[in-house]
Design a protein around this ligand. Structure first.
Ligand SMILES: [Zn+2]
Length: 213
């Protein structure tokens, strides 16, 4: 089964996708990670991608498609995969169509307040990148990472006003993509009021929707 996950930054998309990947036994592919891995590994594609990144430019769609194609041809994708962070545009969705047949598109519809709460109280470890929350996931010792003892900080752009603006931009840019998949009957809307519930619970709800489809 090939699943595409859509959701704004802070929707928990990556977290739910990671849980589902275990439940369904198919890999979770984040194109962001994929590109970073290629660059790190210094492959031909990675080197090309690095040139764009270093120039501060977007990696062209055809390069991303090539990197993705290499990944989904690997044996662990034989039973399908979960895509996270791709496609972002209708153009990319049409590209994706050329290399894989998407079965279902899960759109996470998380209320703004939930995302704002999640991000505005987010604390990140400067050392290991672990994520905490001042309200819901406090570190044992204030300002100190439980895992490595490193200092915790807040991202400057995690202010409520900035987050709201980011969400507006996301929605505006993603609507055509949502319409694209809706028209094809592939879209499943996940609207739960319980987005603050344990991730496992939300993941199960998503799984039920996938199974019903
Ligand atoms: Zn840490």
């Amino acid at each position: 089964m090939i699943i595409v996950f859509l959701g704004p930054p802070g929707s928990g998309k990556g977290t739910y996708a990671s849980i589902l990947t275990k439940k369904l036994g198919i890999p979770h592919i984040s194109t962001g990670d994929l590109v970073r891995d290629e660059i790190k590994a210094g492959t031909k594609l990675g080197k090309e991608a690095a040139e764009y990144v270093n120039r501060g430019e977007l990696i062209p769609d055809e390069k991303i498609l090539e990197i993705l194609k290499n990944r989904v041809l690997k044996p662990d994708c034989a039973k399908g995969f979960i895509l996270d962070g791709y496609p972002r545009t209708v153009n990319q969705a049409e590209d994706l169509n050329k290399i894989a047949k998407v079965d279902i598109v899960v759109n996470l519809n998380v209320p703004d307040e939930v995302i704002i709460e999640r991000l505005a109280y987010r604390l990140i470890c400067r050392n290991c990148g672990a994520i905490y929350n001042e309200k819901t996931l406090k570190p044992k010792k204030p300002g100190v990472c439980d895992i490595c003892g490193g200092p915790l900080y807040k991202r400057e752009d995690d202010e409520p006003e900035v987050i709201k603006e980011r969400l507006n931009v996301y929605r505006e840019k993603t609507q055509p993509l949502i319409d694209f998949y809706k028209k094809r009957g592939l879209l499943v809307e996940v609207k739960t009021e319980k987005f603050n519930a344990p991730p496992e619970e939300v993941a199960n709800e998503i799984l039920n929707l996938i199974n019903k489809k």
